[in-house]
Ligand binder design. Sequence first.
Ligand SMILES: [Zn+2]
Length: 88
Amino acid sequence: MALLTCPDCGRGVSDQSPACLGCGRPMSKIETRFIEVWFDGEDTRGERNLNNMLRDGWEIVEQNNWVESEQGHNVDITKYKLQKRVHT
Ligand SMILES: [Zn+2]
């Protein structure tokens, strides 16, 4: 846990805190992104992007899986919803 300085009032604020306790200035916000991973039985697309995001501190908060037919074969699609707290 690190201490940040509020740009508005100069007070120390924990980097875990969503807002400055002194003046209420928002110190961080939740960003949301969606990413799809496709698997067609041989190749996987999008998995590296997902792994990069997880390494970068994003967390999976929701995932949906379904199968689509593409040019005669089935593609297994997983859509991930990811969130990360970023400092403002
Ligand atoms: Zn402040």
